[in-house]
Design a protein around this ligand. Sequence first.
Ligand SMILES: Nc1ncnc2c1ncn2[C@@H]1O[C@H](COP(=O)(O)OP(=O)(O)O)[C@@H](O)[C@H]1O
Ligand SMILES: [Mg+2]
Length: 360
Amino acid sequence: MSESVPPVPDPGQVAEARWRAVIDAAVDGIIVIDSRGHIEVFNAAAQRMFGYTEPEMIGKNVKLLMPEPDHSQHDGYIRHHVATGERKIIGIGRAVTGKRRNGDTFPLHLSVGEMEIAGEPHFTGILHDLSSRADLEDRLREATAMARLGEMAAVIAHEVKNPLAAVRGAIQVIGSRMKGDTGDAAIVREIIARIDGLNTLIQDLLVFARPPKPKPSPTDLRALVTSVVTLLKSDPAFGQLEVDILGEAPTLPSDPALMTIVFQNLLINSAQAMHGKGRIVVAFDESRGWHRVAVIDHGPGIHPDIRAALFRPFKTTKARGTGLGMATAKRLVELHDGRITVDCPAGGGTTVTVALPSPA
Ligand SMILES: Nc1ncnc2c1ncn2[C@@H]1O[C@H](COP(=O)(O)OP(=O)(O)O)[C@@H](O)[C@H]1O
Ligand SMILES: [Mg+2]
């Protein structure tokens, strides 16, 4: 009976299905284009990498997947190669930049092979996403730079500290010999105030560059934040601030001295951003194994110029800022295996969140 005979598979279709399965199983992106740059194959890995489906991409110009200047020049690259046979990337491969559907660009390694189909030149690109490697390299470079900077800062701070103490002592002696409240006495007081400012800077630099090893003890974070707020409000410049502390905070193992520095830095930044007036909220909450403390202000938000490098030392927008507050806070939080993140919501203001892992 003819119905019981299994259909004979078309050898062409079998070959096509097998070929397709192979390219879709590839970990790397595979894109085939014709000599005008039009896409003929866009495998599963390429779809994941760029965020387009294959039906969307068939027939489209491959330059869609490139940022400028390649985007405008790619048609020219192909024409030049077809006309001269000169190889810039074909058979060689190199790192290039791709552009995903959402506009993000990312590094990738591209190697291109040339072939002929029905007498027409075609090109096969094999694409390997390098973003995670580039990320890792960036972080490594940053960590190395930070370590060098830290070493240098520590040496300088150390070398400056003792002579500065000697200068302060000598000036104080001279000051004490002055009679009455003369103009010179005011100058001496000003010199001492400046030296004290320098000392604070050096202390801050040392905490950032050579943070002490945390000595964790059970710490009531809410009480800790409350005492930082009390201290902050004792500064006349911040007397008009209101600070609301919301939520429950557990007792967490952390170093109270270092955590005090963290919240001092964050609260001072918020207080300065709000010019010493208005409301700051400190909100505690806990979820999925993390205890979070959010410091929320309604200042102008983090300046766009500084956002990407906010946690780098010496990044400041303030005339008398040191740019050490955020870098130090990050360092100290990370020494507690915690994370610090910054968010500038669309509605304005800044939220800095410190997350500490719940004790196991
Ligand atoms: N809450 C905040 N609101 C607005 N800008 C902030 C806030 N916190 C930090 N910044 C920005 O980040 C910069 C770096 O902060 P920080 O490291 O504490 O150094 P500094 O306070 O000495 O400038 C500040 O100069 C400021 O531009
Ligand atoms: Mg600061």
